[in-house]
Design a protein. Sequence first.
Length: 303
Amino acid sequence: MTEAKIIDGKAFAKRIRERVAKEVSILKENYDLVPSLTVVLVGDDPASKVYVTSKGKQSSEAGMGSNTIHLDENVSEQDLLDLIKKLNNDTSVNGILVQLPLPKHIDEANVISAINPDKDVDGFHTVNVGRLWTGAKSPIPCTPFGCLQMLRETLGDLTGKRALVLSRSNIVGKPMAALLLSENCTVTIAHSSTADLADRCREADILIAAVGRPQMILGDWIKPGATVIDVGINRIDAPEKGNNKDGSLKSRLVGDVNFDEAKLNASYITPVPGGVGPMTIANLLRNTLIAACRQKGLAEPNL
Ligand code: GUN
């Protein structure tokens, strides 16, 4: 049996970052414009801190202006809303990203809707959600767009394919479904209450997994020849790696798909790490670049 080909997200993401960096240098040279991203982090969630640090580092490496504002865990919703208002009015800020999740006392929907939709580089504002579902120009949520880019590059035309999206989140599942629909796929959105989930998965030519349950999707859930995109990033104990200095078990990252089993059935599969993950920040840079061009009335680069 031939094993699935690996879709190399790291390589795809590197190409996007290089193209963005080139466009940024052209904007600087020709228009004295430096696209700039402000990331707001509330609290000290370790995973969020890692993501935010990478977002800042990669935007700087692409030649963009990069600013991270770190607020205390206990900041009031009103203070956060006031900060967003200030950033909306600051013409030197082209993109605003508030890292999610937010502490429980802050209403995420209120915060997202306070961001100027034209600076919303996540594409989470309801105006941008509406634009996406109606086919208007909008910033496209970074992770699902990364999945789509890899699918297009790997499979070409997606017309007529059966796609199953295992997630109904606003960040991944719903925008992913909208994007696949716009590529003429027949789309099913599945979730924790979906009946006969394994059978639904077996019907899918394209399977997008983003449930956050380590290795939940087994090899025999995969249709032979399917393309599997694993958005999950889960940390599990890795006894084979031994112990940390404090005696705890070492860990490793796995996706929502049992990779070793699934690769025996699939034609193409993304690994974890090194699959979807790197595409998210690459597309954040792309969205920031495009937002800057739109705000200044310049032609958008075709990336
Ligand atoms: N938390 C996890 N993923 C994301 C993302 O894509 N954007 C934001 N703002 N927060 C996140």
